[in-house]
Structure formats: structure tokens, C-alpha cells
Design a protein around this ligand. Structure first.
Ligand code: MN
Length: 723
């Protein structure tokens, strides 16, 4: 190890990519070890295309740009990635940094390559700088969520790894920013996918560049400690090896220094000084089979006393990224604690390469369906976890990270909003603020206008367009998915109903009092107060609302209010003024679904507790049920025919002929009617009854429709429906 901190840190100093010139010819030779000649040829073709596209571009270090993609491909070749992935790696910057378009890649190569390169470019385009407030955890999730092909992430990680290896030439500010991103975003993603080798190197490089000073001090401290403890490590290694041999166990023993960033993190989390950090050294035993692991555990616990409470069985209960090992901490010589990991070779491979272990050790050549392999990997994790008994939390993780139930979208200012899958623009607006939600009228998604019901996808930037005075629409309840949006719209409607109920209640009471020749404003205040007290209502508006909602009958209220004045109200009180209905009263005036009254019909109102007034046609046979409850009846009439639409139902009997329905429907629409619903029933083989739910302005309008229908020869009979 040299004295330079970076050199000491890097476990990969013997990596060929660090040599100044790793050429495409070197790569091709290397690839021949696991790809077919045709596949290597394809990789070379991708190189030629990339080299030409980047022609004339240089990296900050001064070397031709194409060396970077070659190095990235080399990192992936080490993981035995398939040839498509390597081709995409060689091309990974051409969309971003050259005029090459995705379509061109699709035609020169194929759709798969184009998708991969495009995916990497999309991740690159996420501007972390302006997303400063964004939560690192959400960004990580978002990156994974945006990626449909896991190879995109692997290429991006390899890209980042090579950039980190060559970060030294950047100016300090950029260096820090990139390092921070690496520590907060990319290293955890590598960890999530179980690619430990990537994670460790990304962390060490990120640490060295983000906190160069702390890093250097720690390196020095470690070097001193190593001097003092080197002997100790050797002693322990030898003792472990000897014991394995005695027991006839084949196994590899490795004493190693824990990596710097891990040590640093531990110091920071536990607020320890370096000298307090006892287990800086760790040992690993790799054996052939699972049961051997447990045997070795018994042996070492016999050799050195275990520290109580520090044993962890990640074989029985694997970590969520698939990691398996036995972990224990032992009291070593002089009572110094030492960490020990015991695992099989297969576990070791997964520990180092995670999801990539599949490419490295499984496929090589066989029709490589990478998505299937990724699914396979997850499946493996699932099964391991199932054995451990607690899969619910794990499933949660996998789902969120790789098959997300969530979408991650940006506000125009770069804030990340996490919403459930299926969330619409309205959900987004309410998530920002309830005022933004209740006045939203449209949105720009990635700068394009979009309607409110648009379902959002991860990575989109959403800008809400508000209009002052705009109000929530009850129809939103049909597509919002978040609790907040739903509750807010409901609360608004409830409030609206209350206001409408108050207005109606006031009119009803006024009319009723008017029938007795009295006026509300002229009643003595104290009597009103006494009445309110007796009812337990706080305010007059509450009383209006109660009346409007049909919970209290205006006739009774009026009588009570008047009776204090000289006993009985006058016996020959005229009927209260009729209430006139416009059709725009909203939610407290409802139209009965049995007889569906329309303006022009003779009507009657019925109080329906909690709902207000329900208007029926006078001839409706359901009114009979209420004969005995005259108090609930309300005299109503239509205001002048307005512009509102009313729904009513007609039954048209027609001869059973093909096209009959179409003919009738066309005639109805021709009269300016909306058909809301239609049902057809065959009556006797000769005739059918068509039942239309249509919207009309009133009786005159309906009469025109019926007249028109009678002109159709097929039509035998028409009548309004009353159920
Ligand atoms: Mn790159």
C-alpha cells in the first residue's frame, strides 16, 4: 500500500480499468471467454458506432471520450453481463452527449439496445442539483421505479463507478456534489441490489472525496492500529486455520480490515472515538456447505468466547437483498472483540454480486432473458425469506423498490411527491395543499397540458393550474385514490350541502310564517332564543339547516315560534306560500327516482329526514304511503322553465325489427335530448320495450320528443314510466 490515501482505500488497484489504456481489443479478447464470436462482433460494432459518435470529444482528463464507455463495459464484463448490456454500455452516453437519437439506435441496432441506452440517459437527466430538497431515499426509490429493465441500473452503477474512479480531475465543488450523490443515492442502490463489490467501492471513493480530511486522518489512525495489531490478526488467522484442519473441514480463512466508510459511519452513529472502536478487524470463513457453517460456528465459539447478544443468523433469516451469513463477535486475544462471518461459497458470491450473481454464474450463453433472471432472483429471495417466517416486511421492500406500488413525481420546484400507484393530477394537487387541490382546473405534465384525471407516472414533473373561485367537482370522487383528496372533496360537498340546506330552510320557514301573516325578522329575539334553547340548537343557521335537511318540519317550527304569542296561532291560517323549485337548488332538493318529475308536471314535496325535500309527481303512486303524514308534505311548484336539465324515463314499444333501437335513439337525440341510459326488453317475440333515461328541459320539450317518436312507423306505443 502506498502512502497516498486514495491508493490505500481502493481495493481495486489491480483492476485493469485503472491502467491508462484499456483498449477495445483488450475488451474483445476478454469477452471471448464467455461470449460467442458473433456476440463479440456485435459488441465491436457498438464500439465503432460509439467511437464515431463521440469523435473529437475528450474527457476532463484529456483522453478521448470513448475510453470511458469502454471502461464501463469492462466493469460489466467482469460481472458476465450479456452482450446487449455491454453494447448499451458502450453506447450509454450517445443520446445524452451526442446528436444521436433513440430512433437511430433502434434502427442501427435494435429496440432493446435503444431502450437500454434511453433508460440510462433518463436516469442521467434527473438533475440532482436542483432537487436539493428531495429526499435521498425517495430519489433512490424513484430511480428504481423508473427503470423497467434492471440492466439500466447496472449500467448506470458501472458508469458511476468509473466516474468515481476518475473523479480526481474534477474541480472541488463538482467533486463534492458527485461524491455526495454517490453516497446517498448510488451506493444504497448497489446495496439494495446486493452488489456489495460496487457498494464498497462507491462508498470508499465517495468518502475519500467528500470528506478528504477525515478520510486522511482515519487512514493514518488505521495504519498505526494495523502496526500494533498485525500480529494479533495473524495469530487469530492461524488459530482458526489450525482448528479447521483438526476437524477435517475444508475452508478459507481471511483476516481483513473493515472498510473505512463503514468504520467512519459507526464512529459517527455511535459517537465513538477511533480508539474506542474495538472491532476494526474482521475475519471471514468460507466453507462448502450450509451445515458446515454451523459446525464452524461451534468450533470458533469453543476457541474464543462469543460476545453475548452479538450472534446473528442471516442464513436462517437472510437480509432483504438476499445476503446470507452467520455473524458473531468473539473475545480475541487480550479480550479484544473481533467480528467473524461464516458463509458458503454460494453465499459469498451473492454477498459480493447480489442480483448480478445470476449473470456471473448462471447463464453464460444460454438464451439470456435478463428480465426473467431478475424475476428469478427476486423469486429466490422470496423463497429464502418464506423459510424464515417473516416475509411480509420483505415483500413490502421488494415491491416498493422494484415493482413499485408508488409513483414519484416532481413539483416544478423539484420537490418529490410520493403518491400511490394510480394517483391522478387531483391527488397530486391535494397532496401539495388542500387549497391547491380544491381550486385546480388543469395541469401541465412535463410542460404539456393535461386533464385532471390523468394518471401520473414516476419521474414526471407536474405543475397545477389553479383558477381563483374554482371549486371541487363531485365527479373527482370517481378517480381520486388518496385519502386526503377523497376526504377533502367529501368535506367540501358536505359543507356545500349545509349551505344549501340553510338557504332552503330559511325560505321554507319564511314561507310558513308568511302563511300566518308573520315574518321571521319581526319575531321577538328572546322568543327565538328560547326556542333555540329548547331545541338544543346553537344558532338560527343551525335551525335553518335542520329544516332544509328535512329533520324538522317548517310547519311545526313556525307553530312553535308563533304559539308563544297569544297562545294558538290563528286557526284560519292560510296555507304557507308555495315553495318554487328551479332545479338549481343542489343537494337539498332531490327528484324522486320513481316518477322522475320534470318542469310542467304537477308536483308535491316530501320532507325526507337528512336529505331535504324530495319532489314527486302528484300522480305518483308512492305518495299513497305518506297519506297519513301530512306534516311531511310540502306545497311546491316549478319556477319558470329555466335552462336546467331534468332526467325522466320513457318507455317506447316497438316492433321487433333490426335497427329499431338505433332509429328510436337517433330520433330522441335529434330533439336535443341526452340519452343517459337505455334498456331493452323483449315482450313477446313480436315487440320490444325500450326504456330510455333521457334529460329534458321540461314537459314541452318531452312532448316534442314523443310527438317525433310517434311518427316512426315501428313505434307502437309511448308512455312515461312511473315505478
Ligand atoms: Mn457515462
Amino acid at each position: 500500500m502506498s502512502a497516498a490515501p486514495t491508493a490505500l482505500v481502493l481495493a481495486h488497484t489491480d483492476d485493469p480499468t485503472d491502467k491508462p489504456r484499456f483498449l477495445i481489443s483488450d475488451l474483445c479478447v476478454y469477452l471471448e471467454s464467455y461470449l460467442s464470436p458473433e456476440q463479440v462482433q456485435e459488441v465491436y460494432r457498438a464500439y465503432l458506432f460509439g467511437a464515431e459518435a463521440h469523435e473529437g470529444q475528450r474527457r476532463k482528463s484529456g483522453e478521448p471520450y470513448i475510453y470511458h464507455p469502454i471502461a464501463v463495459a469492462r466493469i460489466l464484463a467482469d460481472m458476465r453481463m450479456d452482450h446487449k448490456c455491454l453494447m448499451a454500455a458502450l453506447l450509454h452516453d450517445v443520446i445524452e452527449d451526442t446528436p444521436t437519437a433513440k430512433e437511430q439506435l433502434a434502427s442501427v441496432f435494435d429496440e432493446e439496445i435503444a431502450e437500454l441506452v434511453d433508460g440510462v440517459s433518463k436516469l442521467t437527466q434527473i438533475d440532482f442539483k436542483s432537487r436539493a430538497e428531495a429526499q435521498a431515499a425517495s430519489l433512490r426509490k424513484m430511480l428504481l421505479a423508473m427503470t423497467r429493465d434492471i440492466r439500466v441500473i447496472l449500467i448506470k452503477l458501472a458508469d458511476r463507478l468509473h466516474n468515481m474512479r476518475t473523479l480526481g480531475v474534477m474541480d472541488p465543488a463538482k467533486c463534492r456534489r458527485v461524491s455526495r450523490e454517490t453516497l446517498e443515492i448510488y451506493a444504497p442502490i448497489a446495496n439494495r441490489l446486493g452488489i456489495n463489490s460496487f457498494r464498497l467501492e462507491l462508498e470508499e471513493l465517495g468518502f475519500a472525496h467528500y470528506w478528504p480530511w477525515r478520510h486522511r486522518i482515519l487512514v493514518q489512525a488505521l495504519r498505526r492500529a494495523r502496526g500494533a495489531r498485525r500480529e494479533l490478526v495473524a495469530t487469530v488467522e492461524t488459530a482458526l486455520r489450525r482448528r479447521l484442519v483438526q476437524e477435517g473441514i475444508q475452508g478459507e480463512v481471511l483476516g481483513r480490515q473493515k472498510h473505512l466508510y463503514g468504520i467512519y459511519r459507526k464512529m459517527r452513529e455511535k459517537r465513538l472515538a477511533f480508539s474506542d472502536l474495538a472491532d476494526v478487524f474482521a475475519f471471514r470463513v468460507v466453507v462448502d456447505r450450509v451445515d458446515t457453517c454451523y459446525r464452524v460456528l461451534g468450533l470458533v465459539h469453543n476457541l474464543y468466547k462469543p460476545v453475548p447478544g452479538r450472534f446473528k443468523d442471516y442464513i436462517a433469516i437472510p437480509k432483504s437483498n438476499g445476503y446470507q451469513s452467520l455473524h458473531t463477535v468473539l473475545f480475541g486475544p487480550h479480550g479484544l472483540p473481533m467480528e467473524l462471518q461464516i458463509r458458503t461459497e454460494a453465499m459469498h458470491r451473492v454477498a459480493e454480486s447480489g442480483i448480478a450473481a445470476h449473470w456471473m454464474y448462471k447463464l453464460a450463453g444460454e438464451g439470456s432473458n435478463t428480465q426473467a433472471l431478475a424475476a428469478d432472483w427476486l423469486q429466490n429471495l422470496l423463497e429464502m425469506q418464506r423459510g424464515s417466517g417473516d416475509s411480509s416486511e420483505f415483500l413490502e421492500h421488494v415491491k416498493v423498490d422494484l415493482f413499485p406500488d408508488e409513483v414519484y413525481v416532481f413539483t416544478p420546484r423539484g420537490r418529490i411527491m410520493v403518491l400511490p400507484k394510480g394517483a391522478s393530477v387531483v391527488d397530486f394537487a391535494y397532496a401539495i395543499h388542500s387549497d391547491v387541490g380544491s381550486t385546480c382546473v388543469a395541469a401541465r405534465i412535463d410542460r404539456r397540458l393535461a386533464p385532471l384525471r390523468t394518471v401520473l407516472r414516476s419521474g414526471q414533473t407536474v405543475e397545477i393550474i389553479n383558477a381563483p373561485g374554482a371549486v371541487p367537482n363531485p365527479a373527482w370522487l370517481n378517480f381520486v385514490v388518496t385519502g386526503k383528496a377523497r376526504a377533502s372533496v367529501r368535506a367540501y360537498l358536505k359543507n356545500l350541502q349545509r349551505q344549501e340546506a340553510e338557504a332552503l330552510g330559511r325560505r321554507l320557514l319564511d314561507a310558513e310564517l308568511g302563511g300566518h301573516g308573520a315574518k321571521l325578522a319581526e319575531l321577538p329575539q328572546e322568543r327565538i332564543q328560547r326556542y333555540l334553547q329548547s331545541t338544543g340548537l346553537a344558532e338560527m343557521t343551525d335551525l335553518f339547516a335542520e329544516i332544509g335537511l328535512g329533520n324538522r318540519l317548517p310547519a311545526l317550527v313556525a307553530r312553535r315560534l308563533l304559539s308563544d304569542e297569544g297562545g294558538e296561532p290563528s286557526a284560519e291560517a292560510v296555507l304557507p306560500h308555495r315553495l318554487s323549485i328551479k332545479g338549481t337548488e343542489g343537494m337539498v332538493v332531490n327528484y324522486a327516482r320513481c316518477c322522475r318529475p320534470i318542469p310542467g308536471d304537477e308536483i308535491v314535496g316530501l320532507f325526507n329526514p337528512g336529505k331535504g325535500v324530495v319532489v314527486h309527481r302528484q300522480e305518483c303512486r308512492n305518495l299513497g304511503d305518506f297519506q297519513a303524514q301530512r306534516d311531511r308534505w310540502l306545497d311546491v311548484e316549478w319556477a319558470e322553465e329555466g335552462n336546467a336539465d331534468f332526467t325522466t324515463e320513457i318507455r317506447v314499444e316497438v316492433g321487433n325489427r333490426r335497427g329499431a333501437l338505433a332509429t328510436v335513439a337517433a330520433a330522441i337525440s335529434e330533439q336535443g335530448c341526452n340519452i343517459e341510459n337505455v334498456q331493452s326488453r323483449e315482450r313477446d317475440g313480436m315487440t320490444s320495450a325500450l326504456e330510455f333515461l333521457i334529460s329534458v328541459k321540461g314537459r314541452a320539450h318531452l312532448a316534442r320528443v314523443m310527438r317525433r317518436l310517434r311518427q316512426i312507423p315501428l313505434v307502437m306505443r309511448i308512455n312515461r314510466v312511473s315505478r
